[in-house]
Write a protein that binds this ligand. Structure first.
Ligand code: RB5
Length: 154
């Protein structure tokens, strides 16, 4: 498995710890974030990470900024990306099972490293359940593709 990780300047330490945690599990990690605490604009790493996932060059991605919000907003602008901000493991697991999330995000100013590891583990161990969820994921894709959701405009 190959994952991409992206971060900004407030999440350097957490990024490094999560990267090492993944590598200990034998997961290859592409790091597109910064390793400096100088100001770094989170859309840069959010976009780079999202592109690698959308193009199939990474199997998924982890995004970390102060809150996880800005970097996930940037990633979600890339077609095909479903990046979910999670501050606890339950949402991380369900984001994969129900929403087929291909990236997760969290905030270095919001959660601690042990919660971050639990979030990563739950997300990695979960599988998309498809079936009844697919129609909803398809609706999200329709909005992304066309700017409309036909069923809601009747
Ligand atoms: C940086 O100060 C901060 O805005 C950023 O890390 C993130 O929280 C944005 O959503």
């Amino acid at each position: 498995m190959k994952l991409v990780i992206g971060n900004d300047h407030v999440a350097v330490e957490m990024k490094q710890e999560i990267k090492a945690y993944l590598e200990e599990k034998g997961i290859e990690v592409i790091d597109v974030g910064t390793n400096s605490t100088s100001r770094f604009n989170y859309p840069v790493s959010g976009y780079k990470a999202a592109k690698l996932v959308a193009e199939g060059k990474a199997d998924g991605g982890i995004l970390i900024c102060g809150t996880g919000v800005g970097i996930s907003l940037a990633a979600n602008k890339v077609k095909g990306i479903r990046a979910c901000v999670c501050s606890e493991p339950y949402s991380a697991k369900l984001s994969k099972q129900h929403n087929n999330s291909n990236m997760i995000a969290f905030g270095a100013r919001v959660i601690g490293i042990e919660t971050a590891k639990m979030i990563v583990d739950e997300w990695l161990n979960a599988s998309y359940e498809g079936e009844r969820h697919q129609i909803r994921v398809d609706m999200i894709a329709e909005i992304e593709e066309t700017g409309h959701l036909a069923v809601a405009e009747k």
